[in-house]
Unconditional design. Structure first.
Length: 524
C-alpha cells in the first residue's frame, strides 16, 4: 500500500492555477484570429466547381435569410473577403485565413459584437456586375452572437444551396432580338450575339407607314432580363397612353463579361459600334418599316447607357439624327469621377493634391463613399465585371496577358501615364476639340443632355465641362440641369415624356428639311 503524502492547500491552488493557465493558452493557440473553413456539400452533385468564393460578415441587427454587399452607407455594415477557387470537389473544404483581398479591412480585425456570416461561390462571375447570384451556390446565414473575430478561430460554413438560373427573359410586349454579328464573331473567334427587344407601336400592324426608331441602352448593372422585365413595359405603356409618340424602340443589351461594352469599338471588347451601325441597323431596317435615314434614327440611354448614346452620336454623326443621353458616365476626362486624367503631372486616382479622398457617392447631400472605397470594394468581388474595371475593358490597351491594361495601381492609386494617354481616344470632349471643324456641322442641334444637379456620382461636373467645350466650339447643343435630381430619380417628373416630344419634333424638322431638299431643282 503506497505511503500517503500530505500537501498544503497552497500547493493544490498553485497546481490548479497552472492547469487553468495551460488550458487557456491552448485554447488561444487553437482559436487565434478568425478564419473560415468552407465545405462544398456533396448533396449538390458529383461535379467539381470553381468561381470566386466570397465571405460576407454583416453587423446588421436584423436576422437575414441572405447576405449581400451594401451600397453607400449600407456598405459599412457588411465586411467581405474573397478568393478565386479554381477547383473544389464535393465534400472538399477550402480554408480562408484572412490574407485574401478584403473590404474594408481583414474580417479578423472587425470589432467584437453580434454578426451574421454567409459564403457564396460566384461561379458565374456576375456578382461584381449586378449582384446576380443565379447559377451560384451559397451557405446558410449563420448567426454569431457575442463574437470576437480577433480570437474566434475557425468558422465552418457549408455551400449547400444551389441558386437556380433565371429562365430566359420573356417580355410582355415586343419581340426578342437575337442577331449574330460577323464582325464581333470574327474578333472573338466564336459566335457573338447582339441581343435586345424590339418594341413596335400599337398600330404598327394596321398601318403601312414607316416609323422613326429609337435605339436605347441601359446603365451599368442591368442586363437582358431587367430590360425585358421592366424597361419594355414602361415604353409600351407610354405609347399606349399617348405619353410617347409612336416609334419603334430597339432596346439593346450592352452587358458583357467585362461589364458594359457601351457600343464603342475596343481592342478588348471588340467592334461593337461597327457591328451596330453596319450590321444590326441595316438588318433591322430591312425587317421592319423604319425610317432608314439619319433623321429617323435617335439614341437615348441612362448612365453608362447615356455615355453610349452620346458616344455613338459623336463617333457616327452621319448615322444618327440626335441623341438624348441622361446622366452619362464622364464625357470629359478632366473630371473622371473626380481626378483630371488630362493633367500633367497626373493626379492620384484616390486623392486630390491636398490628400483628400475623391468623393464618388453622395446621398441626401452627404458624401457617403469615396472613389477609393468603391474601387477597393469592387477589387475584392472580382478582377473583371465591376464598374472601374469595365471602363478599362472599353478604354484601355490590351496587356500581354490578354486583359486590359490597368489605368492605376489598385493599392496606391498611382495612374499609369501611358494608359491615361490611350484613354484620350474615348474622351468625348477631347474628340470634339480635336475635330471641331469636321464635327461642327454634323452635330448642330443633335445633342440633348440631361443630368441632375445632385447626381449621385457627381456626373453633373463632367456634363458642365462638356457644355462649356461645345459652346466654345460653336456646336449648338441642349444641356438641361434638373435642380435637386439625383442619378436615381432623374425620370421621376416626366423626363421620358419630354424626351419623346423632343424626338417627335426632331422627326418633323427632319421631314421638313427632306421636303425642302426635294423642291430644289437638280441643276442647282
Amino acid at each position: 500500500m503506497p505511503r500517503m503524502t500530505h500537501r498544503s492547500p497552497g500547493y493544490f491552488l498553485s497546481r490548479l492555477f497552472l492547469f487553468v493557465f495551460a488550458v487557456s493558452c491552448a485554447l488561444q493557440a487553437q482559436n487565434g484570429p478568425l478564419y473560415f473553413r468552407v465545405k462544398l456539400d456533396p448533396a449538390l452533385g458529383s461535379e467539381p466547381r470553381s468561381g470566386r468564393l466570397i465571405i460576407f460578415l454583416s453587423s446588421s441587427p436584423t436576422p437575414e435569410k441572405e447576405l449581400g454587399l451594401g451600397f453607400g452607407p449600407e456598405a459599412r455594415s457588411v465586411r467581405v473577403e474573397a478568393r478565386e477557387i479554381d477547383h473544389i470537389e464535393p465534400g472538399e473544404t477550402i480554408e480562408l485565413y484572412g490574407n485574401e483581398p478584403s473590404y474594408p479591412a481583414p474580417l479578423a480585425q472587425a470589432p467584437a459584437g453580434d454578426y451574421q456570416v454567409m459564403a457564396l461561390l460566384d461561379e458565374t462571375h456576375r456578382y461584381v456586375y449586378n449582384k446576380d447570384e443565379s447559377g451560384d451556390v451559397r451557405s446558410e446565414v449563420v448567426a454569431l452572437k457575442q463574437f470576437n473575430p480577433a480570437q474566434a478561430g475557425a468558422i465552418e460554413l457549408t455551400l449547400s444551396t444551389a441558386i437556380p438560373e433565371r429562365p430566359a427573359p420573356t417580355p410582355a410586349a415586343g419581340e426578342m432580338l437575337d442577331f449574330e454579328s460577323r464582325a464581333l464573331s470574327a474578333f472573338w473567334g466564336r459566335p457573338i450575339h447582339m441581343r435586345g427587344v424590339v418594341l413596335l407601336p400599337p398600330n404598327y400592324e394596321k398601318s403601312t407607314r414607316r416609323y422613326p426608331t429609337v435605339y436605347w441602352t441601359h446603365g451599368f448593372g442591368a442586363d437582358l432580363h431587367s430590360l425585358a422585365e421592366r424597361v419594355v413595359s414602361r415604353y409600351a405603356k407610354g405609347m399606349a397612353s399617348g405619353d410617347l409618340p409612336p416609334m419603334i424602340y430597339v432596346l439593346l443589351d450592352e452587358s458583357c463579361p467585362g461589364g458594359t461594352h457601351e457600343f464603342a469599338d475596343s481592342v478588348n471588347n471588340g467592334p461593337w459600334g461597327k457591328a451596330l451601325t453596319t450590321e444590326l441597323i441595316p438588318y433591322l431596317e430591312k425587317k421592319y418599316r423604319m425610317m432608314a435615314r439619319p433623321s429617323g434614327r435617335f439614341l437615348t440611354g441612362h448612365s453608362s447607357g447615356g455615355w453610349a448614346a452620346l458616344w455613338l452620336q459623336v463617333a457616327h454623326p452621319k448615322v444618327f439624327g440626335g441623341t438624348w443621353p441622361t446622366a452619362p458616365d464622364p464625357s470629359d476626362f478632366r473630371a473622371f469621377t473626380g481626378p483630371d486624367l488630362t493633367r500633367t503631372p497626373l493626379p492620384n486616382f484616390y486623392y486630390d493634391a491636398q490628400g483628400k479622398p475623391w468623393p464618388l457617392v453622395r446621398m441626401d447631400g452627404q458624401e457617403v463613399m469615396s472613389l477609393e472605397q468603391y474601387t477597393r470594394q469592387e477589387y475584392v468581388l472580382g478582377s473583371y465585371g465591376g464598374q472601374i474595371a469595365s471602363f478599362e475593358w472599353v478604354f484601355s490597351p490590351r496587356a500581354k496577358d490578354g486583359t486590359p491594361e490597368k489605368l492605376f495601381d489598385r493599392a496606391t492609386g498611382v495612374i499609369d501615364p501611358v494608359v491615361a494617354k490611350a484613354w484620350e481616344k474615348y474622351d468625348i470632349a477631347a474628340i470634339l476639340r480635336g475635330h471641331a471643324a469636321e464635327l461642327r456641322p454634323l452635330l448642330q442641334d443633335k445633342i440633348h443632355l440631361t443630368v441632375g444637379t445632385a447626381d449621385t456620382f457627381h456626373l453633373d461636373t463632367p456634363a458642365h465641362l462638356l457644355d462649356e467645350t461645345m459652346k466654345q466650339l460653336g456646336i449648338r447643343a441642349q444641356f438641361t440641369y434638373l435642380p435637386g435630381k439625383t442619378h436615381m430619380d432623374l425620370y421621376s417628373d416626366g423626363l421620358m415624356k419630354t424626351i419623346g416630344k423632343e424626338m417627335e419634333a426632331a422627326v418633323e424638322q427632319g421631314s421638313e428639311r427632306k421636303r425642302g431638299e426635294k423642291q430644289v431643282p437638280k441643276h442647282q
